[in-house]
Design a protein around this ligand. Sequence first.
Ligand SMILES: Cc1cc2nc3c(=O)[nH]c(=O)nc-3n(C[C@H](O)[C@H](O)[C@H](O)COP(=O)(O)OP(=O)(O)OC[C@H]3O[C@@H](n4cnc5c(N)ncnc54)[C@H](O)[C@@H]3O)c2cc1C
Length: 277
Amino acid sequence: MIRRLVMCSSLAEARELVSAEGTSIVAGGTDLVAMYLSGNVSQHTLADIRGVAELSGVSLSAEQATIGSMTVLDRVARLDVPWLGALSDGAANIGSRQTRRRGTLGGNICRASPSGDTLASLLVMDAQCHVAGKEGSRVVPAREFFVGPGKTVLQPGEILEQVTIPLRAGGSAYQRSTVRRGMDLATVGVAVALWDGADSGTSAAIGVIGAAPTPVLAVESSFDAGAEPDLDRFEQQIQDVIRPIDDVRGGAWYRRRLIRPLLEGALARAVERRAAG
Ligand SMILES: Cc1cc2nc3c(=O)[nH]c(=O)nc-3n(C[C@H](O)[C@H](O)[C@H](O)COP(=O)(O)OP(=O)(O)OC[C@H]3O[C@@H](n4cnc5c(N)ncnc54)[C@H](O)[C@@H]3O)c2cc1C
């Protein structure tokens, strides 16, 4: 039973409090409240870290984008950077505007839902998760962050502080299918990133959510400049690594059928964004 809610106003205070036993972080609370109501929060103290200024906001340098974990989804949805398009698409697809104004990028990542809408994009853009705890700080590639449904590499007392994304000359996009927009998670979602590769070719990465216990990086590939991406090969590579299940959002066979149209849509949008970027 939760007995105490502490509003943290500095990073030092948050780190100290979160390292105490029986304490859980609350960001926007859009997932945590549901988790609490279904009996999945055992901690007695909640540390509310939304007021920690250092954890919020977006900054862009020539090399990378830095996004604080408390940055709300609505801000991420409005980034308007072609290379970060898949991340913005993912954030824009989450819930309703009320949910996006309250829910945070860090919350979406740490909830680690197999259907989290920002997660495939973080894999294809090779995002890095900056984590701090009582043992110090570490950087974990997003590609190694998710270990199971609702499970990450975060240890008790650790806070995800920010995410950095290397900026590349390219474009990315994300498309999903859902039963009820505004209220429900994705049945399946596909993120595509395209960027300038070696020898003036094109590099591609494709990630999928909703089709395995964790988000999956399914394709890393290169092809000659001017060549058409080989959709059949990409789809086959995805089908080979996903492990969809039957659940309330759709059967495993249906999830597999969704891959091709979502791949085509996301790829076409990524091509447009790469040309515009
Ligand atoms: C109506 C509704 C619709 C939704 N639709 C979607 C959807 O379409 N797609 C989708 O992906 N999600 C959806 N969600 C889920 C949710 O809104 C998102 O996952 C959101 O990003 C969670 O962020 P939050 O700040 O509210 O996290 P919280 O609920 O505050 O936290 C979630 C979990 O992460 C932990 N946590 C949060 N921040 C940190 C941190 N910085 N460091 C360490 N641990 C942390 C918390 O302890 C908790 O366990 C929906 C939710 C609702 C209520």
